[in-house]
Design a protein around this ligand. Structure first.
Ligand SMILES: Nc1nc2c(ncn2[C@@H]2O[C@H](COP(=O)(O)OP(=O)(O)OP(=O)(O)O)[C@@H](O)[C@H]2O)c(=O)[nH]1
Ligand SMILES: [Mg+2]
Length: 656
């Protein structure tokens, strides 16, 4: 019998009940004898001290349990938008997902963002409508909301009774044409007729549902309560029945993907890997990342509750690996190299981190480097000019978590400068620049011509050649490409340049030459350093000719507040640069949706209690970039300013 594994993500808007549901599923599977509670801080996931203090999930965590012959590796993810990077990293290792939706709050901004990402990756997804026991829980209305805001391809899997109280129950539809079959018929008319006429069995119908769910075409909807346990047994069997567990090929070449990096008790690195093919044994030499090769010294595999010491980890499984000190999140293990893909918006805030102690600078740098191992998106940047360290952020909660972690885990107390918004620059027109080898004013033994122009939205920076690849050693092309990517981190206004197509239009070099009897003649031979030195000048020159526009991040907001204060609220929104659509009124409440610059969200949040007698609820999610109106903000450069030829060359000369 083939051993089947299902790697299952639990995703939702913050507080929808993912961790509570995880606890229930573990209880249901017999892994734990009693359910812990988020509010008491004794759940199986949410084990970090900070998570328990705050009652929110900060890091993704893996637990495992068995449903029949299927081993489920469940990944409980954080719902708070500040920790979306944690979700991003697990998306590529999932076989299926449960998207949790609160029966009271309904489809929330983050729910939509998560579902869009799941759909883009075609991850088979079940919906679990949670908190059925809470007052205001809805059934039919919620189905309508899901159909309208997420997808019409849903199949309600049962009915609910006594919604809104502790006694709320979920009853799954049986094989009668009115219930489940009727639901399925909405998606496939012919199927219902065939069933009614007796040509198709109920089992066959369930198989059709499983197949279409596994293809991510249809999404079964369950209702229940993670707190009381209603509907959880039904969800649990559906996870095994309707989602595609894999019995992957454990032979052949090893391939896996690292989605989490942790540190063990002795400070050693632990890599969480999802295996896609082959079997990795202890003491195997394994390739990973950018050409590293190391011997695996320890393996644990998730099995029935926890990670258990094993001698190997096979295709389909999730394991922890020891002995790979250079491993990074997103690294491929073994043969296949999977490019890291971004499914969510990047962080839009940044702040300078300042150590309190005068002698803590080195400690801070080391600590931030370790945090960046676990979360590369914090993008630790060293400002060589002002000797400062800065990090990118999603929001204020993440900032507090970083501060607390630095203090508790590394003993470094820090403060932050004011948080600023990260803008981006896009090229406007087209610009070109050429520096020919040995021409006056070009001190480098290299010739480089570059053209920049606007690229497709979302394309980042692309690099193409209009010169023959064979015209120059490959290493020099690499030097040009790597350098221009680094240079374009800071455009004309100091912001990262995105959606920019760069084409190399000219290249020249001198092959390695020697004076008679004197050895290598540097002034007559090109080196990588020549190309790295010249490229920033050329690409910035081209960029200056094309020109750039600065774009700022915009959030989509949803605001609920008492309707009687609407006038004041609308005026305040306008002050914060928000554009609100006409309000939707429901009784004494008003719901407002619209756009607001990311830079203003925090300010609005602070004023909101005063504006709404403490009753307003604001939810925001990144929506895109918009050109800044008025004078574009400038960010201080942290490099040696290749826009200023003199300054740049002077600094290079000093460094030589
Ligand atoms: N009444 C009721 N409360 C619930 C239910 N599920 C969760 N809660 C409560 O909702 C709050 C949030 O629950 P969590 O399980 O931490 O939610 P989460 O989705 O894991 O939250 P994050 O990981 O921080 O995004 C806690 O106070 C839970 O006790 C439920 O079914 N009914
Ligand atoms: Mg949680």
């Amino acid at each position: 019998l083939l051993h089947r594994t299902l790697n299952l993500g639990i995703l939702a808007h913050v507080d929808a009940g993912k961790t509570t549901l995880t606890e229930r599923l573990l209880f249901e599977a017999g892994v734990i004898d009693a359910t812990g509670s988020v509010d008491d801080g004794n759940t199986q996931t949410d084990t970090l001290a900070l998570e328990r203090q705050r009652g929110i999930t900060i890091k993704s965590a893996v637990v495992s349990f068995a449903i029949g012959d299927v081993t489920v590796n469940l990944i409980d993810t954080p719902g708070h938008p500040d920790f979306i990077a944690e979700v991003e990293r697990v998306l590529s290792v999932l076989d299926g997902a449960v998207l949790v939706i609160s029966a009271v709050e309904g489809v929330q901004p983050q729910t939509r963002i998560l579902f869009r990402a799941l759909q883009r990756l075609a991850v088979p997804t079940l919906f679990f409508v949670n908190k059925l026991d809470r007052r205001g829980a809805r059934h039919d209305g919620l189905l309508e909301e899901i159909a309208e805001k997420l997808t019409p391809s849903i199949v309600a899997m049962g009915e609910t009774e006594a919604d809104g109280g502790r006694g709320a129950v979920f009853t799954p539809y049986g094989g009668d044409a009115e219930g489940f079959v009727g639901e399925l018929a909405l998606l496939d008319d012919g199927l219902l007729d065939a069933y009614v006429d007796g040509f198709v069995s109920y089992e066959r119908l369930r198989e059709v549902l499983a197949a279409r769910t596994s293809a991510a075409e249809v999404h079964p909807v369950f209702f229940g309560s993670a707190l009381t346990g209603a509907g959880v047994a039904e969800l649990s069997s559906a996870i095994a029945e309707l989602l595609p567990a894999t019995a992957a090929d454990a032979g052949g070449g090893v391939s896996g993907s690292v989605f989490k990096v942790d540190r063990g008790a002795a400070g050693e690195k632990i890599a969480y890997v999802r295996m896609f093919a082959g079997t990795l044994h202890i003491r195997d030499r394994v390739r990973f990342g950018d050409g590293f090769e190391r011997k695996v010294t320890g393996i644990r595999v998730f099995d029935d509750g926890s990670a258990i010491r094993k001698s190997s980890v096979a295709a389909g499984e999730i394991g922890q690996l020891w002995g790979l000190p250079e491993i990074r999140i997103g690294d491929a293990i073994g043969a296949a190299h999977v490019a890291t893909q971004h499914h969510f918006a990047p962080p839009t805030l940044e702040t300078v981190v300042v150590p309190r102690g005068r002698h803590d600078a080195a400690g801070l740098r080391a600590a931030l480097a370790q945090l960046a191992e676990q979360d590369p998106l914090i993008n630790v940047q060293q400002d060589d000019v002002r000797h400062e360290l800065s990090v990118s952020l999603y929001g204020e909660v993440q900032k507090e978590v970083i501060q607390a972690t630095l203090a508790s885990d590394f003993g470094v107390e820090v403060d932050f400068r004011e948080t600023t918004t990260i803008c981006v620059e896009r090229p406007v027109g087209r610009g070109e620049s050429i520096a020919r080898i040995k021409e006056p004013g070009n001190p480098f033994v290299a010739g480089v011509g570059l053209r920049v122009e606007a690229g497709e939205p979302g394309s980042g920076i692309t690099f193409a050649l209009e010169v023959e690849l064979g015209s120059m050693p490959y290493a020099f092309f690499r030097a040009v490409e790597d350098t221009l990517r680094e240079t374009l981190q800071q455009g004309l206004f100091g912001w990262q340049v995105i959606d920019c197509a760069v084409t190399m239009t000219h290249s020249a070099y001198y092959p390695r030459q020697s004076h008679a009897h004197q050895g290598f003649a540097k002034e007559m031979s090109s080196t990588g350093a020549d190309f790295r030195g010249l490229t920033p000048l050329v690409v910035m020159d081209a960029l200056r000719e094309s020109g750039t526009t600065v774009h700022e991040p915009i959030h989509r907001f949803r605001l609920e507040a008492p309707a009687d204060g609407l006038g004041t609220l609308l005026a305040a929104l306008a002050r914060f640069g928000a554009a609100a659509e006409p309000p939707a009124l429901r009784g004494a409440w008003a719901a407002l949706e619209g756009d607001i610059p990311a830079a203003r969200v925090h300010g609005l949040r602070l004023e909101l209690p005063g504006l709404t007698r403490g009753e307003g609820v604001l939810e925001c999610a990144f929506d895109g970039y918009r050109p800044v109106t008025g004078k574009p903000p400038v960010r201080a450069r942290t490099d040696w300013n290749p826009l200023d030829r003199e300054e740049y060359l002077l600094h290079l000369a000093k460094r030589m």
